[in-house]
Design a protein around this ligand. Sequence first.
Ligand SMILES: [Zn+2]
Length: 387
Amino acid sequence: MSKLNSRSILAVTAIALVFAGYGYAVDPAKVDATPATAPATAPAEPAPDIAEVSAITLDAYTPIIDAHAHYAGVHPVVLKWLARNNVKIANIGGRRRHDTFMRLAKDHPNLYGWITDMPRPRYKDEGFTQADYAAKAIAQIKLDVADGAVSVKIRKSVGMRIKKPDGTYLQIDDPLYEPVFAWMEIAGVTLTVHVADPKAAWEPLTENSLYADRYKKSPKTHYYTYYAGKNFPSYEEILAAHDRVVARHPKLRIVSAHMGNMEHDLAALAARFDKYPNLAIDTCGVRRISALGGQDRDKVRAFFIKYQDRILYGSDRNAGGDQLKMGPEDLGWSFHDLADATKIAWDYYATDTVREVKGVVCHGLALPRDVARKLFYTNAKKWYPGL
Ligand SMILES: [Zn+2]
C-alpha cells in the first residue's frame, strides 16, 4: 500500500463518487459533462505522487475484469498500470462519453471493454410512439454491439427521474421497453440495470448511517426528505418493477449494478438469485465494501461462496475528465482513485486484510481462490460475452 493515509483515500473516494454519480441522483448528463479539471474540491492534502501510485500492486493470482466503471484512463502511466496488474475495465458510457469508451475498447482491447446506454425515450418529440422508440432503440443497440458493446445499461433515471406524458415515473417494466428486452433476449445481449439507490435514501438520516456524509453533502439524493406523500416511487416499487422484468425474460442475462441496491439485505438478494437464474449483480463501488464489512463476516463470506457464479467485481471509478490534459496533481488523484479502489477490493474479497474503508473496519473475506477468480474475472466473461 502506498504512503497515502486513509483520510486521503476516503476524501478522494468521496470526490470520485460524486463525479461518478455513484448512487446519486445527479443528472447523468451533468456527470458525463464532468470538466477536465477533475476533483475541483480536492482536499488540501498533497496529491498522490504518480510514481507512488504506479507502485500499487494488487498481488492478484488471477486477471481482473472491473465490470463496471466510467474510467477513461488514457494516460500512458494508467495504461501501463492496468497492463502490469492484468486489469481490464468495462466502461459504461453515457452517450456523451460513448465515443471515448468505444474508442478505448477498440484501441486497447486487452485493457478496455464497453457497455452502451439504453436510448432515452423522448416523449416530447413530435410523433413519439412506443413502437417507434423500440425500433430506434434496437437499431442503435445493433450498431453499438457491432462497435464492440457487450451490454446495454438502463440507468436509475428510469424509476426515479424520467416522467411519462401522464406525469407518472417511467419504470423499467414499462411496456415501452418490452420489445427491446425481447429482442435482446433473442440476440443474447446482456442487460445491465441500475435500479433505485441504497435503501437509506428513503429512510431518515441517522448519525451513524453509512450514507450520512453523502446525504448531508447532497440532500437532493436523500429521497426521504421529499418522498413521503409526494408521489415519489418507493424503493420497494422500483425493485418490484426490476423483479418483474427479470421474471418476464428468463433468457435475458441481467446484471443488476451496485448489488441491486440490496447490499444491506443479502437474504433479499439470495431469494432473488434462487428464483431467477438469469440474474447477477456487480459489487461496485467502494461504499458497498464498507456496507458488507459492517455485517457478519461469516454470513457475507458464505453468501459470496454460495452465489459464486452470480457476482461480478466492479469499481465504479470515474476518470472525471481527460487525463491527457490533467496536471500531475489531478492525474495523481485520478490514477490513485482507480488503483486504490482496485487494491481495496482485491484485499477485501480475496485476502484477510483488515482495513478501514469509509469509516468501517473491514476484515477481508479471503474467498477461496476459485471463487475469487470467478468474482474478479470469469463471471464477467460469462455474463458479458465478448468482454
Ligand atoms: Zn456506475
